[in-house]
Design a protein around this ligand. Sequence first.
Ligand code: CUK
Ligand code: CUA
Ligand code: CA
Length: 654
Amino acid sequence: MTEETSKVLGAASGLGRRRFLHSAAAVGVSAVGAMGLAGCNENKGPAGGGASGAGAAASGGGSGEHKVGGAGSVEVKPGQLDTHYGLWSSGHTGDARVIGIPSGRELLRIPCFVPDALIGWGLTNESKAVMGTKADGSLEYTVADTHHIHASYKDGIYDGKYAWINDKINARLARFRLDYMVCDKITKIPNIQGFHGIFPDKRDPVDPAINYTTRVFCGQEFHVPMPNKGKDLEDPTKYHCLFTCVDAETMDVRWQARIDGNCDLVATSFDGKLAASNQYNTENGVHFAEMMSAERDACLFFNIARIEQAIKDGKATTIGDSKVPVVDCTVEANKDPKTALSVRVSVPKNPHGVNATPDGKYFICSGKLSPTATVIELQKVLDWFDGKLDDIEKAIVAEPEIGLGPLHTTFDGRGNAYTTLFLDSQVVKWNIDTAIKKHAGDKALNPVVDRLDVMYQPGHINATQAETIEADGVWMAVGNKFSKDRFLPVGPMHPENDQLVDITGDKMILAHDNAVRPEPHDFVIFKRDWIHTKQVYALDDSPIAVKEPKATGVTREGKKVTVRMASIAPTYYPIEFNVKVGDEVTLILTNLDKVEDLTHGFALPEYNVQFLVNPLETKSVTFKIDKPGVFWFYCTNFCHALHLEMRGRMIVEA
Ligand code: CUK
Ligand code: CUA
Ligand code: CA
């Protein structure tokens, strides 16, 4: 412990360590005037005693010893494999990660929006074509902030085909193909800023013949003047948010819907009929005090079939130069249930997170600044659209008090919800049916089943398969935004703490801490046999593959030079080539090794080139020759006993 740390802890003497950390967080929030936080008393007393040091020890959080529950050990011994895949968004490193569960081991990073020096993402011509370039060939963007990642569905479970991830900074949606675990497309969403929530269809109700994911829905968090061209800067009636639908296969933007307020997170119903987004800024506020002025905000539901019919019927407009059809989903235009494209259900106050229960019946929004979760019954929302429910507020079937700062919710498939409590640094397990019965009148009931202290200030949470109809209730991961004193100190920049919890029993059991580089937000976890990856590429995956050593060599058209190369451990073909100052070289390299895991690298000194080629993969780079000399290109990826000898010369005459 540093002197500084002990001083701080000393100052908090008389308080348990957790209590101190908790009060620090609460002070932070009261400083912004979160009056909605007062009045939750359910987290006091022994059952909810998360604020005491004893509570931490009782839950196994502070003791360091790992109790083993029904899920078994987190240890994955040599010779064994993890049982589940996790797909993690990485946050402002701008990529995605593949994590083995329960080990918590990072197995892969998948770059998409930002360059990656390891594989040459952002350097090779193929990756630049996916990422998008300016007229001069440089990358359009080199930063990104990924928050939400979701996989493609067939009939309510993952089909192993795709995953999607958002870039909040520059409003882009990336797609990964899960067979190779690479990014194959990126779409820029027009007109919007603060692209936050995403969720794909879980099935397609519009065309029952197509029973697979056909759309990805995208929420806009920051309202901007539309079009955003420097006019109407102070006219609040010109500021809007859009809800966007992207085609899952083509990645084209199909349509947008103009709304009041903003979109935060996005969820879709298991019947494919509705998409939902929680709204924390129904006030259309610019400053946070304005954004928290209303006691209740909303969850906004979109009737997908009606929106697509409205577009077919020509009821859409466009914004600025964008050709994307835009329908009107504002409150005023959608008052009549018979024709409404969207409807709002109220949720207290600045809600965060919306999740569909695995039985398909409910959507759950967290209060964030209210100590509650709001349970909305899907059938009742559909009844309202059918004119069978007179008041949409009747779709709220429960609003249990669960604790301070509720953010995200996950499920075990046995009727329980698990919600992160940012301010309480806890996960609360609560029973959905009990909450509904209590709301219906049986006030003596307590839906809270268990509380678990986590370290510290959790955001996203997800249990194994919990976003599918086959939630298995085995493991649950909790993404903690602060690790504070949990790991060896490494200076001011702290890792985050992903914790793994066994949820097979009545009590949650904290099983594992996993330090992670900041800062993952959302993640999904599913059985390992739900995807089948290919371990080597096929030569035909690339139209420019160099298919045999005989096909290698240099061709020249004026100043444009093409160098076709191949690699077979421990050599390149050719091992040298000559070019001239002023040439523009396109170097194509195919790795002709077909053995699993036999990856080669290609680095070229002074020309800023480094990339990897996996078995039977082809990549190309283009660069200008601007200096004479001998330049030893070499293999960067240890591949063979003669790996160090795997090198050759690019010769540039003076
Ligand atoms: S948001 Cu990060 S903790 Cu972007 Cu999903 Cu809630
Ligand atoms: Cu090829 Cu190292
Ligand atoms: Ca608000």
